[in-house]
Design a protein around this ligand. Sequence first.
Ligand code: PGA
Length: 252
Amino acid sequence: MATRRPFFAGNWKMFKTGGQAAEFVRDFAPLVKNSDHCDIVLAPPFTALEAVRTAMEGTNIELAAQNVHWEKEGAETGEVSGSMLVAAGCRYVIIGHSERRHHFGESDEAVHKKVKASLEEGLLPIVCVGETLSERESDETQKILERQFNGGLAGLTPSEFSRIIIAYEPVWAIGTGKTATPETAEEAHALLRGLTRKAQGEPMAERLRILYGGSVKPDSVSGLMAQVDIDGALVGGASLKPDSFAAIVNHR
Ligand code: PGA
């Protein structure tokens, strides 16, 4: 079986100014400087990208944005393009987070356009999928994950697909303190790996990294990471403090 390098990303959402972000990196970087078993990524708000980029120089931390527009430039007030993110030092971009889908009406079609445009610019997309509580309770989890997977990732070439990461984030677990049990999360991850197998073949399914997101905390990460199809975590609340995010990264 392929060994997939663990991946931990902190999604800061709409938290931290540039100054607060730089202070975080100063405190956090020493706590993970020997954590070479995994990739470590921070996704600050756009206004703090530059501060994090400067503060993380010479560290093993990499930079992600939380959103991107699919056009290179244009009359799109309030939006930021992939080439701008690359110029700002980003290697990764989070796409289709449930808060974007549910608070800002982002569709699978928009996710698809953002994934394609990001790949064209050389960014590595972290594509989020996940069902709501009512979808889970009405037994629609599989249908929703299939729709989001097929809609967002349709028609990617093998070379494009090899550069994406998927994050399974059940909406009912995000910011609620209700982490999915490792077994529930594993079931969804296995389903997503199965969809990848069907669309892109076995080697791609084996190499794809699938992160879990939704109330991951230092005390829940080990159980999740013990599952065969869980390759890392996309962490919101617990990534805002250097010691708790470092405890997640260094969980073993
Ligand atoms: P949470 O957020 O860890 O605060 O639940 C996760 C996410 O939304 O990426």
